[in-house]
Design a protein around this ligand. Structure first.
Ligand code: CMP
Length: 140
């Protein structure tokens, strides 16, 4: 399988509960390497752009307000089949439907406050990584 990169966000509900290290341990245990990472407060404009695909959804406003409510940790993860692998490690969007030992089953509070985001395709991974990192910030 090819080595890929995916984009990850540890969301406000995770940073507020001091779960950065616990979630990073689950990421690394799954064989993914954190090749870039920074803790930032994203702006409303960045959140609206990042989630623009969901603009028409009823939860869009709530999602944007949540993402700017506290710091997040943005990351680039690298590994074989990293995009699918990270989605497996995260578990289902709704934590009540997530499999045991996944990040969302273990830590998420609700479908909205679900601790982590991961890219869903190679195309979106490239777009999302470029929104938050320049090339020389990613060290594999
Ligand atoms: P994420 O993987 O970051 O991509 C879109 C996000 O929208 C998703 O995680 C959830 O946090 C959020 N989301 C999806 N469905 C709902 C919902 N019904 N109510 C609130 N937030 C939602």
């Amino acid at each position: 399988m090819a080595v890929e990169r995916t984009f990850s966000i540890l969301k406000p509900d995770a940073t507020e509960r001091n779960l950065t290290g616990a979630i990073n341990a689950m990421i690394e245990k799954a064989g993914l390497r954190i090749v870039a990472q920074k803790r930032v407060r994203i702006t409303k404009e960045q959140a609206e752009q990042f989630y623009s695909v969901h603009k028409a959804r009823p939860f869009f406003g709530e999602l944007v307000e949540f993402m700017i409510s506290a710091p997040v940790v943005v990351q680039v993860l690298e590994g074989e089949g990293a995009i699918a692998r990270y989605r497996d490690v995260m578990g289902a969007t709704d934590p009540s439907k997530a499999a045991d030992n996944t990040i969302r089953k273990t830590h998420a509070k609700s479908i909205g406050e679900n601790s982590v985001h991961g890219s869903d395709s190679p195309e979106n991974a490239a777009i999302e990584i470029a929104q938050f990192f320049s090339g020389n910030e990613i060290v594999g």
